[in-house]
Structures are given as structure tokens and as C-alpha cells.
Design a binder for this molecule. Structure first.
Ligand code: GRG
Length: 274
């Protein structure tokens, strides 16, 4: 019997939290302020969507959750760093995230910059220190591409270039694909790679993650009345989101019934818009 989805998501997020706790330096370790700042942002109520997808992708490829846990946590560390930096006064200048004061509001701007830097560095440290060298090298290469200027940072850079101007549909798609979807794509792909899956399975997982990532961003835009929803109107944004989730689920055909949980997560991501 499969666990109910909500129970499963809580259980999986709990396992990710436990692993993150072991990978992060303790608050008492010197220098304490930076370690407190890192932990403050990592444990401030994130949904853990990306690591949950990575772990479930590994399971779908006949691996065990622990095979993908290091890569999954590395992705969450990078996601957290991006949020800390995105909230800074020189970027979005936000005072609150997840209903709590942002890292720089609590620890000051300089410490928040350092906390982001340290989380990004730690992500690659845990991969190098805890993964099999060959698999770890592949994971580090994929993750650095997805997080760097050909992925998340690149998306943020294009977003900054357009700040204040009305973006066209092509540019908005590109920003969302790089800024959001790339990290989802690499999450499911690295789940497969960590489980030792072949190229075909890894490619199918990447296609699933990319479509789910775009759908996730559309849902975010629908909720905020921003981006796609503003540009296309809510109705079209909803329809496009539905198509993306269908596309995502179709990419999982090669896995047969083993992919049911991932399909349920894709549906759940779409449901958030309602
Ligand atoms: C500053 C290098 C750098 C990059 C910033 C990720 C990002 C790029 C900016 C954050 C702002 C934003 C709207 C990003 C789009 C992706 C997104 C919807 C992030 C929020 O992800 P959730 O909902 O966050 O998974 P939680 O709080 O659950 O962890």
C-alpha cells in the first residue's frame, strides 16, 4: 500500500531535513554567526520540493532514497543560497520570506552574503566528500551548469537586465526556464544519475523535471498575479500549466507504474494554484 501523498511529502521532507542537519556545521562551531545564519535560512520552512523530487526520481530508477540524498541536499543548499541573495537590498530587497524576517534582516547584509556563499560552497563540498568519485564528478558538473550562468544565475542576470521594462513572451519563457526550471530539471536528473540509471532514464527524468519546473513557476505567477499570469492572463496561464504537467507525466512513460508517485507530485504542484 502506498502512503497517502501528503503523508509521503512530510515523511520525505523530514528525511531531507535530517540529512541537511548532519551536513551543515553546528551553530556552536566557530565562527558562530555565519553558521547560525546558514541554519536560519535552511530551516525556515522551505517545502523541499526539489530534494523530494530528486529522491523520488532515484526510487523510480530502482535506487534507494539514500543514494540521492547528498545530491538532493546539495540542490536544496543552492536553492537556499539563491533565495538569501535574491532577498538582498541590491536584488529584490525583501524583508520577509516564508513569513519570517529575511536572512539579512536578522544577521545583517554582509553576513547574509557570506551565508549564501557558504551554502553554495558546502553544496559542492558534500558531493566531493560523500559521493563515489565518478558519480560525484558527474553530479557536480551537472549541478554547476544548472546553477551557473547557463542556468539559475543566468536567468537572474537576464531578469536584472529587463528590470522595469515590459518583457516579451520569449524573454519571460527564457528567464523562467533558466531561473526556475533548470534547478528542477537537474533535481530529477541527478536523482537518476545518483541511482546509477542509464542515459535514457536520466534524459526522461530531466524532461519531466524541466516541464514540472515551468509548471511550478506558472503556479507561482498565478498565485502572485505576476509573470505569466500578468502577460497572458490567468486563464491561459492555467491552461498552459495543465499542458506542462501532462507533458511532464508523458515523459515518464518509460518507467511504467514505478513513476506513479512522481506523477502524483506533478499533479500536486498544479493543484497548488487552486
Ligand atoms: C540570486 C543567484 C540568484 C538567483 C536568484 C531562485 C532565484 C534566482 C530567485 C528567487 C525568486 C524566485 C521567484 C525564483 C523563482 C523560483 C521560485 C518560485 C522559488 C521559490 O521556490 P519554493 O517555492 O521555495 O520551492 P521554498 O520556500 O518552498 O523553499
Amino acid at each position: 500500500m502506498m502512503m497517502k501523498l501528503k503523508e509521503y511529502l512530510e515523511h520525505s521532507a523530514g528525511a531531507v531535513d535530517k540529512a541537511l542537519n548532519t551536513f551543515l556545521p553546528k551553530e556552536k562551531e566557530e565562527p558562530t554567526t555565519i553558521h547560525k545564519a546558514m541554519r536560519y535560512s535552511v530551516f525556515s520552512g522551505g517545502k523541499r520540493v526539489r530534494p523530494i523530487l530528486a529522491v523520488e526520481a532515484a526510487r523510480t530508477c530502482c535506487g534507494k532514497p539514500k543514494d540521492a540524498m547528498v545530491a538532493a541536499c546539495a540542490i536544496e543548499l543552492i536553492h537556499t543560497y539563491s533565495l538569501i541573495h535574491d532577498d538582498l537590498p541590491s536584488m529584490d530587497d525583501d524583508d520577509y520570506r516564508r513569513g519570517k524576517p529575511t536572512c539579512h534582516r536578522v544577521f545583517g547584509e554582509a553576513n547574509a552574503i557570506l551565508a549564501g556563499d557558504a551554502l553554495l560552497t558546502l553544496a559542492f563540498n558534500i558531493i566531493a566528500a560523500r559521493m563515489d568519485p565518478k558519480r560525484g564528478a558527474a553530479v557536480a558538473r551537472e549541478l554547476s551548469e544548472a546553477a551557473g550562468t547557463r542556468g539559475m544565475v543566468g536567468g537572474q542576470a537576464i531578469d536584472l537586465e529587463w528590470q522595469g521594462d515590459d518583457v516579451d513572451t520569449k524573454t519571460l519563457n527564457n528567464i523562467h526556464m533558466l531561473k526556475t526550471a533548470k534547478l528542477f530539471e537537474v533535481s530529477t536528473k541527478l536523482g537518476a544519475v545518483s541511482a546509477g540509471a542509464g542515459r535514457k532514464a536520466a534524459a526522461a527524468m530531466a524532461a519531466f523535471g524541466a516541464s514540472v519546473g515551468m509548471a511550478f513557476q506558472m503556479v507561482d505567477d498565478i498565485i502572485d498575479g505576476d509573470g505569466y499570469a500578468k502577460l497572458y492572463g490567468e486563464e491561459k496561464a492555467r491552461r498552459d500549466c495543465e499542458s506542462l504537467v501532462l507533458e511532464a507525466k508523458a515523459a515518464l512513460a518509460v518507467f511504467g507504474r514505478k513513476a506513479q508517485r512522481l506523477k502524483d507530485i506533478a499533479d500536486y504542484i498544479e493543484e497548488r494554484r487552486k
